[in-house]
Unconditional design. Structure first.
Ligand code: GLU
Length: 547
């Protein structure tokens, strides 16, 4: 067979050569050891936690090494494409601190290795298609859908592996005349790879996450270009990652079964194989067994979930770091104020079987992250969350930023900051009582006589002095406790509760409920300082009148 003639017959329009492309896309001028990697999503519009795991892993690997992170849009499947998906992806990842150095952008491309959208790269793929055909490494296949399904049925009936291989690869060595006749008839065709592999052969391969793998060679003549001349993922992966000078391919491990073919393809094309980082799926406990997080069952897979719940971006980021690199948590404890970027991330520490998603842990990390923020930052983030998800609350916060910031400053700073909030959604239940519109009427414990509660409030109103410090304030509460015959001796009370009608804790609770409407609140003295004398006392007065 004259492969040159076949190549010319199939791709008469291709005049560029691989050498020209090599020159156009030279090796990158980066320091030794720099990682060039990419995200290569299909523009489906759904951005999930798995995308973020992959983005974070590749971003850290690139930027930690002085390398490059780029975005390539894998839009070969036009049917799955959703308008605006590229923008959604770029914005979402940026929101989580993952920025690309080059690649597809909202308004076109940026960088010297483009185009970065696969549909615009058709001419490039055809250069390599022509090269493979001219070397006898690829050939056209004119099988119809019907022929292929008949073949599959036959293989299934014979209990054979299904696929286009060996004796089933019926277009592999057909004479040029047959091909010419099909082309002349205008019949559709795909370009297939001529596999020289055998499933009898195995070889070792090192994956940065999975470790040492034993791989069986591929013997299937897979499709490189579909009948519309658009490449399959496999062919585009080899051509693009070679020409874009990718050193590390970070991707989901659903691609692992295709790896033998990819290795073969890189060899056939004369390309240096990149390193592979195959990330396992996010798992979750379901009863006593683990399963993959599912789009259908688990709302927490979608990144929009974290936004609407009000998890700060930094919390999600740190949480993912925690589950990806088990030493991150200890590092964070030792370096509470360092930027997460100072942590030395390692893909080798990823769990090969996939990381376990644990909601309780996320909440815990988020509480820590929020507790370390200063009140101004919390205010800003809370307002921007509330503007989108609770505009009424946002209005209240923005009406008096100083007041809101004082509230949010309670228990902040110092060695053991309070950890009241895990998500912004919890802020209103936590601090809403500061705003008269959200204040609820107190429900006092029925075991106490209303007259006793009223008398506590009355006495408190009489002695309250805004200028008191917290110790003097509490002394007054204790004095009232004794006046009404309750005890301030909590030890004695615990030893024999029936001996006392109530304690200083009960007295504090009456006042707390009158001021805040709730049994639990941050430090009451501080709450009253922030509310101001007039508002605090008016609230107590009102409750008293209603008792
Ligand atoms: N478009 C592929 C996907 O979304 C990319 C895999 C890769 O990163 O190579 O799964």
């Amino acid at each position: 067979m004259d492969y040159q003639a076949l190549a010319q017959l199939l791709y008469p329009q291709v005049t560029d050569t691989p050498e020209m492309l090599e020159e156009k896309y030279p090796h990158r001028n980066v320091p030794e050891g720099a990682v060039i990697t990419r995200m290569a999503p299909s523009p489906t519009g759904f951005v999930h936690l798995g995308n973020l795991v992959q983005g974070l892993t590749s971003e850290r690997m690139a930027h930690q090494s002085g390398g490059v992170l780029f975005l390539r849009v894998e839009d070969t499947d036009a049917k799955r494409e959703v308008p605006g998906a590229v923008e959604i992806l770029i914005d979402t990842l940026k929101h989580y601190g993952i920025c690309f150095d080059e690649g597809a952008t909202v308004d076109g491309d940026s960088g010297d290795y483009g185009p970065y959208r696969q549909r615009q790269r058709a001419a490039i793929y055809h250069v390599y298609a022509k090269k493979l055909v001219s070397e006898g490494k690829a050939y056209p296949c004119f099988c119809t859908e019907e022929e292929l399904s008949a073949m599959r049925e036959k293989q299934e009936a014979n209990k054979e592996t299904t696929g286009y291989y060996g004796k089933y690869a019926i277009w592999r060595d057909r004479p040029l005349a047959d091909i010419e006749a099909q082309l002349a008839a205008g019949n559709p065709w795909v370009l297939r790879f001529r596999s020289e592999g055998s499933i009898e052969n195995q070889f070792k391969f090192d994956d940065l996450v999975k470790g040492k793998l034993t791989i069986t060679e591929n013997d299937v003549d897979n499709v490189l270009l579909k009948s519309d001349s658009i490449p399959t993922y496999h062919f585009a992966h080899a051509v693009d990652d070679h020409l874009m000078r990718t050193t590390h391919v970070v991707r989901g491990d659903e691609w692992l079964p295709s790896l033998p073919f990819h290795i073969q393809l890189f060899q056939a094309l004369g390309f240096k194989l990149p390193k592979y980082v195959h990330i396992g799926p996010l798992m979750k406990m379901d009863g006593t067994s683990k399963r993959k997080l599912s789009k259908r069952k688990d709302p927490e897979l979608a990144l929009t979930y974290y936004k609407s719940e009000g998890f700060p971006v930094q919390a999600v980021y740190e949480y993912l770091m925690t589950i990806l690199n088990s030493n991150f948590e200890d590092w964070r404890r030792a370096n509470p104020d360092a930027s997460a970027e100072d942590f030395k991330f390692s893909p080798k520490k990823l769990n090969p079987a996939g990381s376990l998603f644990d909601y309780a842990k996320l909440v815990d990390v988020s509480k820590n992250v929020i507790s370390r923020m200063d009140a101004e930052t919390v205010y800003q983030l809370l307002v921007s969350w509330a503007e989108e998800f609770d505009p009424d609350f946002a209005g209240k916060l923005k009406a008096d930023p100083e007041f809101a910031t004082k509230i949010l400053a309670i228990g902040r700073g110092g060695k053991k900051p309070r950890k009241d909030l895990a998500v912004w959604k919890e802020a209103k239940p936590y601090m809403g009582f500061f705003y008269d519109d959200y204040l609820e009427a107190p429900v006092f414990d029925e075991k106490f006589d209303k007259a006793v509660i009223r008398s506590v409030l009355e006495k408190f109103l009489a002695v309250y002095d805004y200028a008191d410090d917290s110790a003097a304030w509490f002394d007054k509460v204790k004095a009232i406790t004794e006046e009404i015959g309750f005890t301030t001796d909590m030890k004695a009370y615990k030893a024999d509760p029936d001996a006392f009608p109530g304690t200083v804790a009960d007295v504090s609770t009456f006042i707390r409920q009158a001021v805040t409407g709730k049994v639990n609140s941050p430090d009451l003295y501080t709450v009253m300082q922030i509310l101001g004398k007039e508002r605090s006392l008016a609230r107590i007065q009102k409750v008293m009148n209603q008792l």
